[in-house]
Write a protein that binds this ligand. Structure first.
Ligand code: GRF
Length: 227
């Protein structure tokens, strides 16, 4: 039976779409999607006949109470992996530790650089020549968990936030399903807060490099290749 994935979103859900599109290639199933607000991306789930739930915070609700309700929705689905795909809420330490090793996020920068918001603005202001996205296990500190996979893209001198964001987004759509597959097939995992890949410590993230056309130019792992 293929592994079970739950995806949490808040917005457009293009990473959810990429995860759905690659599910048959990598042999996992998205068994449910949840959002913290009305999100356009939920349509990708309902179109695919997948359970889609909106868990809106109640007035004056504590973070712990909200997270407990969210966990109830997740646990019924018995996921092997919970995938944050643009889920715009800080999660409590209790929630994060409950799912340690089973909770991942994608962030649109080459972590540890540019944690938090307005990443592309900051990349452009720093005149960086590369940027990208990072898939990391979630730990209580925001955008700080161990990074398994990164997608690296060029930054052009005349890039705008829109052009750079589109290039990074396209790389995300390739690396996120790939990272999910690497975790679900047991090759990449978290062991006592450290990454293990193919039974050995992983000191630096697995880096997929993309050119301006969005084509993959280098990737250090042969199996599975990016879909
Ligand atoms: C992505 O840029 C991701 O890195 C960030 O939120 C965005 C979600 O985009 N965490 P989408 O909703 O998947 O299109």
């Amino acid at each position: 039976m293929s592994a079970r994935v739950v995806v949490l979103i808040s917005g457009t859900g293009t990473n959810l779409k990429a995860l759905l599109d690659a599910a048959s290639v990598y042999d996992y199933q998205v068994v449910g999607v949840a959002s913290n607000r009305t999100a356009a991306g939920l349509a990708y789930a309902t179109d695919a006949g997948i359970d889609a739930t909106t868990v809106k915070p109640r007035r004056d609700e504590t973070r712990e109470s909200y997270d407990a309700r969210l966990a109830d929705v997740i646990d019924v689905l018995a996921p092997d992996l919970i995938v944050l795909a643009g889920f715009m809420r800080i999660l409590s330490t209790g929630f994060v530790t409950r799912y340690t090793g089973k909770l991942i996020n994608i962030h649109p920068s080459l972590l540890p650089r540019y944690r938090g918001l307005d990443v592309h603005e900051r990349v452009l202001a720093s005149n960086d020549t590369t940027s990208g996205a990072s898939v990391h296990f979630v730990t209580p500190e925001l955008d700080s968990g161990p990074v398994l996979v990164q997608g690296v893209v060029p930054v052009l001198p005349d890039d705008t936030v829109a052009s750079l964001s589109a290039r990074v987004h396209a790389a995300e759509h390739k690396i996120y399903p790939l990272a999910v597959a690497l975790i679900l097939n047991g090759r990449g995992r978290l062991q006592e807060q450290h990454l293990v890949f193919d039974q050995a410590p992983l000191e630096t993230p697995l880096r997929a490099h993309f050119n301006l056309a969005g084509d993959l130019t280098t990737w250090p792992v042969t199996d599975p290749p990016p879909a």
